[in-house]
Design a protein around this ligand. Structure first.
Ligand SMILES: [Zn+2]
Length: 324
């Protein structure tokens, strides 16, 4: 399989295939974080199958962006100058690599109706999907496509589904503001929680983030590849067999983000994302010895032992009552 070369870190490359019959407009993105290459490999494999005629796009269109952050990808790093998947918005006066990417990428996202965003993660674990909110007319993340998004989330492969990102992030920002005197505290805006899927929803579409596995997991590109084929089948873009959802689903909602306050704050053990927690279980100790306990039964998600003081340390998730 040919690997897409990074010849330029001053431009983005997209591959678009449009069937002659009308249909949904899908965009598939890889390497939003430069060291997360499972999606890039999955996209390359599907492109090769389109080139050879094994997959034929007959309806609607699909746009593949194998590498959304060329600079970070070339360096094998998560970010160029900052996290592309936060505060994603086009700006009139770009200040850094990610601002420059956003000017192009946001326009591309807005031209489409459905997004499949392919990522991977640092610590070991099984793949999962992140979906958006229920339909609502609120101000944080108004949405009207929850049913279609749930259908997509249920077909991409994994049976673990996580929701509640924007609300947990916004609550975290509010808590950070309350603690504003904490040295090193980051003063953020809830809009900093906007990444690819959130931008897509704000632009009138819907989408899911698929976390394909650990960065180096040799199976992760296969997870990405399967998800792309499933999405093409589900949306009717190609005549491919559609594998039924992997029920039962394990649905979790992010309920709270806990920041690291000081260098002395430490976990009581090496946590892995989705480790179960009992009510009152000690998760960590603050520098002054205060215990950080689980507020109820649930799971620890995205623990980052080396988080900078004033930044996200881990998330606490509970079982979600929202059906898929
Ligand atoms: Zn990522």
């Amino acid at each position: 399989m040919s690997v897409v070369p990074i010849a330029s870190v001053a431009s983005l490359r997209a591959h678009r295939i449009a069937g002659y019959a009308p249909g949904p407009r899908l965009i598939v993105t890889g390497a939003v974080h430069g060291n997360e290459t499972a999606g890039t490999r999955g996209i390359e494999r599907v492109l090769a199958e389109i080139d050879s005629g094994q997959i034929e796009i007959v309806r609607g269109s699909v746009t593949f962006v194998p590498v959304c952050n060329p600079l970070a990808y070339r360096e094998g790093r998560r970010m160029g100058d900052r996290n592309l998947n936060r505060r994603l918005q086009p700006t009139a006066t770009p200040q850094d690599n990610e601002d420059r990417i956003a000017r192009v990428l946001c326009g591309w996202l807005a031209e489409h109706e459905v997004l499949l965003d392919l990522h991977s993660f640092r610590s070991p674990g099984r793949p999962f999907v992140m979906r958006g909110p229920a339909d609502n007319r609120g101000t944080l993340e108004p949405f009207a496509h929850a049913a279609a998004e749930a259908r997509l989330a249920s077909h991409v492969g994994p049976n673990r589904v996580v929701e509640g990102w924007m609300q947990a992030y916004a609550d975290g920002v509010a808590a950070r503001r309350k603690r504003a005197l904490t040295p090193g505290a980051v003063h953020e805006d809830p809009s900093y929680g906007v990444g690819t899927t959130e931008y897509m929803r704000a632009a009138g579409g819907y989408g899911v983030t698929l976390e394909c596995g650990q960065h180096e997991d040799p199976l992760a590109p296969q997870v990405a590849y399967h998800a792309i084929r499933q999405t093409l089948a589900l949306l009717g873009l190609a005549e491919l067999p559609l594998v039924p959802p992997a029920e039962p689903f394990d649905c979790l909602a992010l309920a709270e983000v806990i920041d690291r306050h000081a260098e002395g704050d430490h976990f009581v053990k090496t946590w892995t994302s989705f480790d179960p927690l009992a009510e009152g279980e000690v998760i960590a100790r603050r520098a002054d010895g205060t215990e950080v306990q689980a507020p109820s039964a649930g799971h620890i998600v995205f623990p980052d032992a080396s988080a900078l003081p004033g930044h996200e340390w881990f998330y606490f998730a509970r079982r979600s009552a929202r059906p898929l």
